[in-house]
Design a protein around this ligand. Structure first.
Ligand SMILES: Nc1ncnc2c1ncn2[C@@H]1O[C@H](COP(=O)(O)OP(=O)(O)OP(=O)(O)O)[C@@H](O)[C@H]1O
Ligand SMILES: [Mg+2]
Ligand SMILES: [Zn+2]
Length: 539
C-alpha cells in the first residue's frame, strides 16, 4: 500500500527536523543536562512537527543509552517508539478521548511504574480538546507527578489550555517553516523517491503549504499522483490552482502602463478560465507584498517565498513603482479580497478594484504636476518677492489650521546635494532644487539644532506634518550625508513676513495675484478654472 510522503518521511531524530531550531536546542540541552520537566506543551501551526517532536523526545528519554539527544535507534525502546508499539509511550488523541473517564484511567495508569523503560511518556495530541473535568484530573497528576511520568501536550490552540496547566508545563512554540527550508526538505525527499522537480516547481508546492510541512508534503503527493515522476512548474501550478508569475507580471505591466482596458481583459480571462476570483485577489496581494518587500530589502531575502530567479524578476518589476504606490496597491488588493468574500457579483467587484489600482498609481502630487509643466516662466520676480505659500486660514475663529498638503516622497528628479555652507542653506537649496517648496517653506520658518544622530527643528505648529514627511527625512539625510533622526517641536511663532512681500493695507490684490506665476501655472493646469475669492492671509 502507498504510504503518504508526510508519514513516510516523518523525522526520526532532531537532526532531520526542518526549522524549529529553538525547540531542538532547548530540548537537546535539557536532555543532556538531565533537567527533564514533567509537562511540556508543544503549541503552534498545524503540520509543523509537534507530534513528531513529541515522539522524538520520548525516544530520547527512553533509549537504553539515554537519556540522550542522540538516541541509538537500535535498542528496543528506540525501535518500538518509532513503530508506535512501545508499552511506555502512550499516545492519546484528545479529539476522540476527551472525557473524564479516559482521564481517570490515565490517572490510574500514571501511578504504575514504566513497564520496561525509564519514563512513562504520555503524548496527548489535540490537547485543547480535553474537557474541563478531564483537565482537572490531569492537573491533579501534574501537581504531584510520580517521578517517572512525562506529559507532552500537543495543540494548535494553546490559548484553550487552562492556565493552571500551562503554568506547570514548559511551553514551546512551533513556528511555521521557512520557504527555503520547505524547498530543501522536498528536494531531499524527491531525491529519495526518484522524482525530478526543479526549484521553481518545489517553490510552487512550498507556497501552497504556507509554512506547514505536512500541507506542503500533501501537495507534493498530489503533484506526483497527477504528473508522475517528473514535475513541471506550469502543470503543478495549474493543478494546485496557483497563479503564475507571468499572469501577475501582466497585471504589473497594465499597472505601469495605466492600461485599464488590459486590466478588464485580465479579469475576463480569469473568469472564462473558471478561476476563483477571490483566490486571485489573495495571490495578487501576496505578489504586491513581495514587490514591496523586494524593493525595501532587495532580492535574495528569506522574507520572500520565491526562488532566486523569481526574486530577480520581482526586483525588476518593483523598480517600476514607488514605495508609496506599492503600499497603496497592496492596501487596495487586500480591500478587494475582503470585498469579494461577501460579494454576490465578484466579477464586478474585481473589475472595480483593478481599475482602482490604476487610478491609485495615477495619483500625482501638485508638485509633480507643476514640474511636468516645465520650468517656471522667466518673469518670476527675484528674491523674496515670491511670497511663501500661505498655509494658515485666518477667516473664521475656531477653524483649525489646515494641514499642509502631503508631498510626494521622492523628488521628481534627484537634485544635487549642495556641498558647503551652513546646514540650513544646504537643506533649503536641496529642497528648492527638488521642487519641494512646501518643505522648503517649513525649513525656512524653523530653527535648526544639530545634535549627534539627530537634527531637531523648532517652528510653528502648522509645519508639524511637513517634518513628518518621508521626503523631509530623506532630504535631511541626503544633505547631512548619513542616517539621522529628524524631529520637530512645535513651538515658535511664524516669523513676520519680509516687509517687501507685504501688501499695503487696502491695496487691490487681484491684479498682483492673477499675475503671479504660480497662479498662472495653476490656471494652465486646470483650464476653465476660476479664481473666485482672494484673501490676504496676513490681515
Ligand atoms: N519540522 C518538520 N520537519 C520535517 N518534517 C515535518 C516537520 N513538521 C512536520 N513535518 C512533516 O509533517 C508530518 C506531520 O507532522 P506532525 O504530525 O509532527 O505535525 P503537527 O505539528 O503535530 O501537526 P498537527 O497540529 O496537525 O497535529 C510529519 O510526518 C512530517 O512528515
Ligand atoms: Mg500533531
Ligand atoms: Zn536506543
Amino acid at each position: 500500500m502507498y504510504q503518504v510522503i508526510a508519514r513516510k518521511y516523518r523525522p526520526q531524530t532532531f537532526g532531520e527536523l526542518a526549522g524549529q531550531e529553538h525547540v531542538r536546542a532547548t530540548l537537546g540541552n535539557a536532555i543532556s543536562s538531565s533537567r527533564i520537566a514533567h509537562g511540556y506543551i508543544f503549541a503552534g501551526q498545524r503540520g509543523t512537527g509537534k507530534t513528531t517532536v513529541a515522539r522524538i523526545l520520548a525516544r530520547c528519554l527512553n533509549c537504553e543509552k539515554g537519556p540522550t539527544p542522540e538516541p541509538c535507534m537500535q535498542c528496543p525502546a528506540c525501535i518500538e517508539t518509532g513503530a508506535g508499539s512501545c508499552p511506555d509511550v502512550i499516545e492519546i488523541d484528545a479529539a476522540s478521548n476527551r472525557g473524564i473517564n479516559e482521564m481517570r484511567e490515565l490517572r490510574e495508569n500514571v501511578r504504575y511504574r514504566p513497564v520496561r523503560d525509564r519514563f512513562k511518556v504520555f503524548i496527548i495530541d489535540e490537547a485543547h480538546q480535553i474537557t474541563n473535568e478531564a483537565f482537572n484530573a490531569l492537573l491533579k497528576t501534574l501537581e504531584e507527578p510520580p517521578e517517572w511520568v512525562v506529559f507532552l501536550l500537543c495543540t494548535t490552540e494553546s490559548h484553550k489550555i487552562p492556565t493552571t496547566i500551562v503554568s506547570r508545563c514548559q511551553q514551546f512554540s512551533f513556528r511555521s517553516v521557512d520557504y527555503a527550508e520547505l524547498v530543501d526538505r522536498m528536494r531531499w525527499i524527491c531525491g529519495q523517491e526518484g522524482i525530478t522537480a526543479d526549484d521553481e516547481t518545489l517553490g510552487v508546492i512550498a507556497q501552497v503549504g504556507e509554512g506547514s510541512v505536512r500541507d506542503s508534503l500533501s501537495a507534493l503527493d498530489q503533484a506526483i499522483a497527477c504528473c508522475g515522476s517528473s514535475l513541471e512548474a506550469a502543470q503543478v501550478r495549474e493543478l494546485l490552482g496557483q497563479f503564475s508569475l507571468d499572469l501577475m507580471g501582466q497585471v504589473a505591466d497594465a499597472l505601469a502602463a495605466g492600461d485599464g482596458r488590459r486590466m478588464l481583459e485580465i479579469v475576463q480571462e480569469l473568469e472564462s478560465n473558471g478561476r476563483n476570483l477571490q483566490h486571485f485577489c489573495r495571490e495578487l496581494a501576496r505578489f504586491l507584498r513581495n514587490l514591496l518587500v523586494v524593493r525595501l530589502v532587495g532580492a535574495g531575502s528569506r522574507l520572500i517565498a520565491a526562488s532566486g530567479p523569481e526574486q530577480e524578476r520581482l526586483l525588476e518589476t518593483a523598480g517600476w513603482f514607488s514605495e508609496p504606490d506599492l503600499t497603496r496597491y497592496l492596501q487596495i488588493a487586500l480591500d478587494m479580497y475582503k470585498d469579494l468574500q461577501y460579494s454576490l457579483q465578484p466579477r464586478l467587484h474585481l473589475e472595480i478594484g483593478m481599475l482602482r489600482l490604476i487610478h491609485a498609481g495615477r495619483m500625482t502630487t501638485v508638485e509633480q504636476a507643476l514640474s511636468a509643466l516645465g520650468p517656471a516662466p522667466k518673469s518670476v520676480p527675484p528674491g523674496p518677492a515670491a511670497p511663501p505659500a500661505p498655509r494658515t486660514p485666518v477667516t473664521g475663529a475656531g477653524v483649525p489650521p489646515a494641514p499642509p498638503p502631503r508631498q510626494q516622497s521622492a523628488p521628481p528628479e534627484p537634485a544635487r546635494v549642495p556641498e558647503s555652507g551652513p546646514l540650513r542653506d544646504r537643506l533649503l537649496g536641496f529642497l528648492k532644487a527638488s521642487q519641494l517648496t512646501m518643505l522648503a517653506d517649513a525649513v525656512e520658518h524653523s530653527e535648526i539644532v544639530e545634535a549627534p544622530g539627530e537634527i531637531k527643528f523648532t517652528g510653528p505648529p502648522e509645519f508639524t506634518l511637513a517634518f513628518r514627511d518621508a521626503a523631509m527625512r530623506n532630504a535631511v539625510q541626503k544633505v547631512v550625508g548619513r542616517a539621522v533622526k529628524v524631529s520637530f517641536v512645535a513651538g515658535g511663532q511664524r516669523p513676520a513676513p519680509a516687509p517687501a512681500a507685504n501688501a499695503a493695507p487696502g491695496e487691490d490684490l487681484s491684479g498682483r495675484v492673477m499675475d503671479h506665476p504660480e497662479v498662472q501655472r495653476f490656471r494652465e493646469m486646470f483650464p476653465g478654472a476660476q479664481v473666485r475669492n482672494i484673501r490676504n492671509l496676513r490681515d
